[in-house]
Design a protein around this ligand. Structure first.
Ligand code: NAD
Length: 483
């Protein structure tokens, strides 16, 4: 193990989450030449709406619900970011997460400012009827204060929320909005029948896979860690089997990686020979726990899974799980930040010194917002992606084959012709287009931040922040606000 100047005995991290994001921002800003005032404006969280409202529970008692929505930056509109339902949600957290959204959108060239919302509840403590009341009242408050709308602020799913909550938000907004023509675009991550786009559900996890695959594609970078190029054959541990973690694990497994460890709230399981993801998910559904999966070792203290030997560690649950307390015991070569803020800034510095490749959240989990952008475009254009071109592309491929036939003076046997046509002559479906746009976005953004990393000899997170700061600064300058 290399000597590290950041030792585990250092004082515990005192910075809040927003403070940590700003520390990362400051580190990157030092590599730019923007005026101090502009940097200050980029960093600032422009507006936060804090609300408290009553909820009548099914047993007749009253709870007071605390909720937030932060809009970090309006340099591009609308602002965009998820809504999380979690027991520790607080103002600092939504501000930090909204700032990360601003930088994330800039890194992947999605033309939105950053926002984030949160409701301070453990969603498992409430019935579906109560969750609907909580969500609808939240959407009502946002609408009343002009904190939501297709051109204002567009929420999406995050921890503890999904298409169901987004459909409730849409319906509430729709019933209050003056302009219903574009109302569908007031929220993304909706069910497909309610204006959602095919591919949004798996988008963040698929984006994580594309990002990890891109990082593993560079032989030079892999060799520095003594690893072979490519995802294939790499061992993986995933924390959190929710929307992001499940799909990240699924696509990594399909890409040839071996899932050796899986962590959930009730505990973790480990098998160095590999775990079958869908089998584990079925086992959890039928027994109510990930533990006691046949052939795997139980780890009762779930967080210890982060310390298992593996090539790629994917924290995909909540923030702040890798700190100076456990960082010295992390054995992974690569940390793929699927969750937001899983590594504290001190642990980040410590692990970088130990030559761990950290693929940062601000890039890696941007697949969700990228495909949300595609959904927003679909809603505003009122047409399914690919609808106008699918059949045309199919016919075109057939025409090309017929032309080849003519030019080569041959007549293809009809059955062979049909087989070839079925293999190559198909128009792209909405899902094909969405996945292709996502793949291109993740690959291009990685190459961009890797180039900055090499130019300045910095880590990937700092490179991603430099990229984001430069893009947001350009936006402000183009508005004529800053020289
Ligand atoms: P989710 O609610 O669908 O899933 C979270 C999972 O983590 C649940 O299965 C939960 O039981 C598990 N979990 C909670 N605490 C745990 C613990 N201590 N140990 C192990 N497992 C634990 O949430 P999600 O949408 O998958 O979000 C996960 C993370 O990804 C969050 O940090 C979120 O901000 C981030 N993220 C989500 C999206 C998105 O599109 N949903 C986009 C970008 C980033």
């Amino acid at each position: 193990m290399e000597h590290s100047s950041v030792t585990p005995t250092q004082a515990p991290e005192k910075l809040t989450f927003f403070g940590q994001v700003n520390r990362m921002f400051n580190k990157a800003a030092a590599y730019t030449k923007h005026p101090e005032g502009l940097l200050k404006q980029i960093k600032a969280c422009n507006s936060v709406y804090r609300m408290e409202y009553p909820l009548q529970r099914e047993d007749g008692s009253i709870d007071v619900i605390q909720a937030y929505r932060a809009e970090h930056s309006q340099h591009k509109l609308p602002t965009k970011g998820g809504i999380r339902y979690e027991a520790h949600v607080n103002e600092d957290e939504v501000m930090a997460l909204s700032a990360l959204m601003t930088y994330k959108c800039a890194v992947v060239d999605v033309p939105f400012g950053g926002a984030k919302g949160g409701i301070k509840i453990d969603h498992r403590d409430y019935s579906e009827v109560e969750l609907e009341r909580i969500t609808r009242r939240y959407a009502f408050e946002l609408t009343r204060k002009n904190f939501i709308g297709p051109g204002i602020d567009v929420p999406a799913p995050d921890y503890g929320t999904g298409p169901r909550e987004m459909a409730w938000i849409l319906d509430t907004y729709n019933s209050l909005a003056d302009d219903t023509l574009n109302a569908l675009a007031c929220v993304t991550g909706k069910p497909v029948g309610q204006g959602g786009v095919r591919g949004r559900t798996q988008a963040t996890g698929l984006g994580v896979y594309y990002g990890v695959r891109e990082a593993c594609r560079f032989t030079d970078d892999m060799e520095k860690m003594g690893l072979e190029q490519g995802v294939e054959g790499k061992t993986v541990v995933v924390q959190g089997l929710g929307n992001v973690g499940y799909f990240a694990a699924k696509f990594l497994q399909e890409g040839g990686a071996t899932i050796v460890g899986l962590a959930e709230i009730e505990g973790s399981i480990y098998n160095p020979e590999g775990l079958n993801l869908d089998d584990v998910v079925d086992h959890r559904k039928s027994t109510g726990s990930i533990l006691d999966y046949p052939g795997a070792q139980n780890i009762k203290n779930s967080a210890e899974a982060l310390e298992l030997p593996c090539n790629i560690l994917v924290p995909a649950a909540l923030g702040g799980v890798i700190t100076m307390e456990n960082a010295p015991r992390i054995q992974a070569d690569i940390i793929a930040e699927a969750a937001n803020g899983p590594v504290t800034s001190q642990a980040d510095a410590y692990l970088l010194e130990k030559n761990v490749l950290i693929i940062p959240d601000v890039y890696l989990n941007a697949g969700g917002v990228t495909v949300s952008y595609f959904e927003w475009l679909r809603n505003l254009s009122h047409v399914r992606h690919g609808r106008m071109s699918k059949r045309f592309e199919e016919r075109n491929a057939e025409r090309i084959l017929r032309a080849v036939e003519k030019l080569s003076d041959t007549t293809f046997k009809e059955d062979r012709f049909d087989k070839v046509v079925s293999e190559i002559a198909f128009g792209a479906s909405e899902q094909d287009l969405v996945n292709s746009g996502l793949e291109d976005t993740m690959a291009y953004a990685y190459q961009e931040i890797r180039a900055i990393r090499l130019e300045h000899n910095v880590d990937l997170r700092t490179a991603a922040f430099i990229s984001a700061i430069n893009k947001v600064a350009t936006s402000y300058k183009q508005m004529g606000i800053f020289p």
